[in-house]
Design a protein around this ligand. Sequence first.
Ligand code: ADP
Length: 475
Amino acid sequence: MHRERSIWLWLCVPPLVASVPGALVAWWSAGGVAAAICVVVSCLGGGALAAWEARRHARICEARLQRPELRINGTQGTGLYAGLLEEAFGIFERLEAENRRAREERTTLEARGQVRQREAQRLEAALGCVEQPVLIVDPRGQVCYRNAAAAPLVTGAPDGGAVELVPALVELLHETLTRNVATNRRAAEFEHEPAGGPRAWEATAVTIQDPQDRRVLGAVAVLRDIAEQKQANTRHAEFVSSVCHELKTPMAGIRAYAEMLRDGDFNEPAEQQEVYGFIEQQVDRLTRLVDNMLNLARIESGVIEVKREDCELNDILRKALDTIAPTASEKSIRLVPELSELYLPVHPDRDLLGQAIINLLSNAVKYTPAGGEVRLRSRMDEGRAVIEVRDTGMGIPAESLPRIFDRFYRVPRNNQAAAGTGLGLALVHYIVTELHGGAIAVDSALDEGTCFTLTLPLGHRNGQRRKPAARLCAV
Ligand code: ADP
């Protein structure tokens, strides 16, 4: 509306203004008002005609600019505005081309963004599946990502607010981020006590750098739970120290007797025979110890292949009874079999399970005074095979029961009753629980007797494969 008014104004005002002197000249030369009016009207008419035409051209231009399909006619019929319109068309085309390019770029960026997002999701899901804790921090040390396994190492808002790390990790990451010159990798071990109990960790932190300008973008820390490894190390050290201790005693005895013999402390042949007897006893003890340790190590490491097969439990028990019978009768101990009348199908390694039963029977005979009784019982209970080795011997004090299956553990009170290495029950425990998926329990009363109860899975497994030796190596 405003534009149209200005067209009319610009094209009608000049003829109107110009008509005034024209009219004056006509009035003065013709000497009449009519001539003057004629001049004004013709001037105004011409102006109006030009304005009307200009307005029509302007509308055509407007329509062509607004509706691209009309641009097919180009600048035709736009009169005075043809030049302007052509320039406007040029600008339009440039803008449209830029707009198109921008749209294409936006589509490409959006597609790339989606790909990146999917990659990030995949990466996050993969890190979420990693069992080791993984943490990523920004250059200021603020946690920007942690996987589920890292939960025990952080405290803070679960709603995504600020997260705080355990102090040892903060220190490690700070060092990694700040002292990045010599090496971008750092490792540390630390202990931390979350709600679930104390845990030991080994953490490795590495800086993340921009591949182009080597700018530090943050750091990633990967942790490993080393509690078990530490325990294993402690157990190993304890084991070595126990072995050394156990070996030292008989060796010291042998050495002392050998020195006495060399120094001529025993002149009488009878005395010498006695000393030789002592030395022999110590050598026997050493041999027993080494044999037992070797057995345990071989079975645990899988050197001895476990050959499980379908068989009847009472068969194995009878053979064990036969093996131990001479020792029992030597000591006047009554060996009482109380075997189930049912067929008890099991799937054990005959030799190893037999060895476990022999160890238990042998202990029962060893730690039962002459005239006592050792009873071997088998039965079926709630779908499992149960074996009991019960004696009427010296019993085990309550405080020793929790340690009875430990390697080298010997009940101090019973030490004098028989020679031993403290490895027999450890072997039994391993054979029953680890190799046969069974359980073992002990019940004892001082000077009344002891009962070891073994429980084994019942049933044959015909057609099933043997347990591969390799699996045992993992123990
Ligand atoms: P050892 O070679 O000393 O017999 P074991 O591992 O077989 O080693 O047994 C560990 C300890 O448990 C023995 O030293 C003994 O004190 C105690 N023990 C085992 N069985 C019995 C039992 N039936 N009665 C009393 N004490 C037993």
